[in-house]
Design a protein around this ligand. Structure first.
Ligand code: DGL
Length: 265
């Protein structure tokens, strides 16, 4: 069975486009519709109730666009998405589980740092998967709240003096902890790889795009939801904020897309 309906992808802002970039590589025949809820960004400093409500609204919008599956390209939204099961009947793939599992497999010494928003860390979603005492007996885990990175990234502060200092000041305490794996537990942080690597040069950085794409592949294959092989995939981008501003925020995005339009959710 084949299905050429689009796949919905969303984030609080532009961070999820690091995941979208990977998805477009793994699924060249799929159409994507991406929603950046930039009007309400950042999610990571909001309460679980507020975040769950915003997630519901974006998901309703995507369902109205007749998507065949949804990728929550946001850790903070994923951590507050359990309620979706009650009303969403299509596959929904979050980023936390595949990323955490991949990081655990990747790490040799099991000294792992998870960098995420305040809300993601508070949800303990990564703790539950990475710090399972019965399974992972070795190594030390560090869970670091880095919501201030999100605001800086939305303001296009990357690979400059400000961003290098911001990340160094925050993460320097990890530099003598023999960490071999850093989980970029916020999809925005895919834009801080240079900054993080400068502080922790020996660590492998694990971002959400790869593991999440592989999980989505497994699911849509199993469900018979893959697009036709001859279909050329497209990307449409929606924002709840200002399309012009978003265009400037994503000038690093390396895939072709069909413009940015405004949505009210
Ligand atoms: N990109 C989002 C994540 O992966 C969060 C950014 C925010 O705080 O809105 O958690």
């Amino acid at each position: 069975m084949r299905n050429n309906k689009p796949i919905g992808v969303f984030d609080s802002g532009i961070g999820g486009m690091t995941v979208l970039s990977k998805l477009a590589e793994v699924f060249p025949c799929e159409d994507f519709i991406y929603v950046g809820d930039t009007l309400n960004c950042p999610y990571g400093v909001k309460s679980p109730e507020e975040i769950a409500d915003l997630v519901t609204r974006v998901v309703h919008y995507l369902l109205s666009q007749d998507v065949k599956a949804i990728v929550i390209a946001c850790n903070t939204a994923t951590a507050n998405s359990a309620h979706l099961k009650a009303f969403v009947k299509i596959p929904v793939v979050g980023v936390i589980e595949p990323t955490a599992k991949y990081a655990l497999k990747t790490s040799r010494n099991k000294n792992i740092a998870v960098l995420a928003t305040n809300a993601t860390i508070d949800s303990k979603s990564y703790h539950k998967l990475i710090d399972k005492k019965r399974i992972v007996k070795r190594g030390k885990k560090y869970f670091v709240k880095c919501s201030e990175f999100v605001t800086a990234i939305e303001d296009k502060q990357f690979t400059n003096d400000y961003s290098f200092k911001l990340v160094k000041d925050k993460l320097e305490f990890l530099s003598d902890k023999n960490i071999d794996t850093v989980v970029l537990g916020c999809t925005h942080f895919g834009l801080y790889t240079q900054e993080i690597s400068r502080v922790l040069p020996q660590a492998k950085l694990v971002d959400c795009g790869g593991p999440t794409s592989q999980l989505l592949k497994k699911i849509i294959k199993k469900e018979g939801l893959m697009a036709d092989d001859f279909h050329t995939g497209t990307i449409r981008i929606a924002t709840t904020g200002d399309p012009k501003q978003m265009e400037q925020q994503i000038d690093w995005f390396d895939k072709e897309y069909q413009g940015i339009f405004k949505v009210n959710i």
